[in-house]
Design a protein around this ligand. Structure first.
Ligand code: AMP
Length: 421
């Protein structure tokens, strides 16, 4: 127990951390270009926020939240996603105060009591963006294009963009009824989850993963045939914009989100080689959520992407960068007397902003050379009895093995010059 992580979590080890940094840097660069600003919200919130912000009938809220009473008796939940928190912060901090659109992005850990498997964890990381305060379909297209640009910048091919419209509280009830009458005589054949969805949330039957439910849903009426004029117009314009930007997509009438505050656009990027966990990025419009959380009616659109899945996709495509060893100088002290001068030199090199390492265990020359190589050192600086007597160090270029003797007085300048040249 003491030496294993809880199920569904994992360490990100030093040998892999550069992969995360690579991905996060790409994300930050892109968000800067599109004018999205980073927000960092707490890892936990009042449980009520997620009940409202995600919806009490969703799997996430019903089955997957890490909820506990804190020592003050308050119900607290580890965030299972970040949109609700972003909206809470937007309202609490009046991020709307300047008027116009508020563009936010986040990167961080999320927590869901999910069934762990490849690409599915209990602590996982999401990058997401939220554009709050604009109803134009242009911003839906921009949000989608940022997602597409990220996957493209990373070099991921084989991605598929699916889009749909889920209508709005005006047109959806008509569709809901049509859908219920379509499933009425198939009700007993649906899985247990879908049977309870039938009353509460029938649109969700369409994206059930159960193969039999999928079969039963074939030929179901399409919501896009039931959209009101405003929603139909929004969806048409979105498609025009995507075509204008050269972003390929397919229409998928089974791509749905059942809750009232999801409106109009729904989309998903799939990375097909990942199989069961192929959904790598999902999002849509949620014009009703801000009001649901206590604000004025405010349109908004966003997406979230699972970073573990993106990394998995990059790994299968061999698109991850190699780890660069980073060590300018390895100092080799031979003998006790050399230890303090070498240690001082180490500090002086750090002061010059060079990466420098030394061995503290008094190992043999051969062992220390090996260490220098393992760390990818560009130079080794050797200080032993002879060097101390001559007040000079031996500087070895680790690439071509050339050695020079450099007086202590000019050692720092010489190394700084060589490393930076
Ligand atoms: P969602 O918030 O459920 O729409 O999920 C958005 C994205 O987060 C998905 O497309 C996945 O890439 C990722 N994701 C969701 N749940 C998990 C999980 N348990 N483990 C890893 N990634 C996840």
């Amino acid at each position: 127990m003491l030496t294993t992580v809880p199920r569904g979590t994992k360490d990100i080890l030093p040998e892999n951390v550069h992969e995360w940094q690579y991905l996060e840097n790409k994300i930050r660069e892109l968000c800067l270009l599109y004018g999205f600003n980073e927000i960092r919200t707490p890892m936990f919130e009042h449980t009520e926020l997620f009940m409202r912000g995600i919806g009490e009938t969703t799997d996430v809220v019903e089955k997957e939240m890490y909820t506990f009473l804190d020592r003050g008796g308050r119900s607290i939940t580890l965030r299972p996603e970040n949109t609700a928190s972003a909206v809470r912060s937007y309202l609490q901090n009046k991020l709307y105060a300047d008027g116009g659109i508020t563009k936010l992005f986040y990167i961080g850990s999320m927590f869901r009591y999910d069934k762990p498997q490849a690409g599915r964890y209990r602590e996982f990381h999401q990058f997401g963006i939220e554009a709050i305060g604009e109803q134009s379909s242009l911003i839906d297209a921009e949000v989608i294009s940022l997602g597409a640009a990220l996957l493209k910048d990373l070099g991921l091919n084989d991605v598929l963009l699916k889009i749909n419209s889920v209508g709005c509280p005006k047109c959806r009830p008509v569709y809901r009824e049509k859908l219920q009458s379509f499933f009425k005589d198939k009700l007993t054949e649906l899985c247990n989850d879908c049977q309870s969805r039938y009353e509460r949330n029938p649109l969700r039957i369409l994206d059930c993963k159960n193969p039999h439910c999928k079969e039963l849903a074939e030929g179901a009426p399409k919501i896009t045939d039931c959209l009101c004029e405003e929603c139909a117009d929004h969806f048409d314009k979105l498609q025009d914009s995507l075509t204008n930007l050269g972003i390929d997509y397919i229409l998928d009438s089974h791509l749905v989100r059942g809750l009232d505050y999801y409106t109009k656009t729904a989309f998903e990027f799939k990375y097909l080689p990942l199989g069961a966990q192929s959904a790598i990025l999902g999002g849509g419009r949620y014009d009703g959520l801000i009001e649901e959380c206590g604000g004025n009616p405010t349109p908004a659109v966003g997406f979230a992407t699972g970073l573990e899945r993106v990394l998995l996709a990059l790994e299968t495509q061999k698109l991850l960068p190699p780890k660069n060893a980073y060590c300018d100088v390895f100092i080799i002290a031979m003998g006790k007397k050399a230890e303090q001068p070498a240690f001082k030199l180490l500090q002086q090199l750090h002061d010059k902003k060079l990466s420098a390492l030394m061995d503290y265990a008094g190992r043999s020359m051969k062992a220390q050379m090996k260490q220098a190589n393992k760390n990818g050192a560009k130079y080794a600086v050797i200080i032993g009895d002879d060097e101390l007597a001559n007040e000079s160090a031996t500087v070895r270029n680790m690439t071509d093995s050339a050695q020079t003797t450099v007086p202590f007085a000019s050692l720092i300048d010489k190394i700084t010059f060589e490393v930076n040249k």
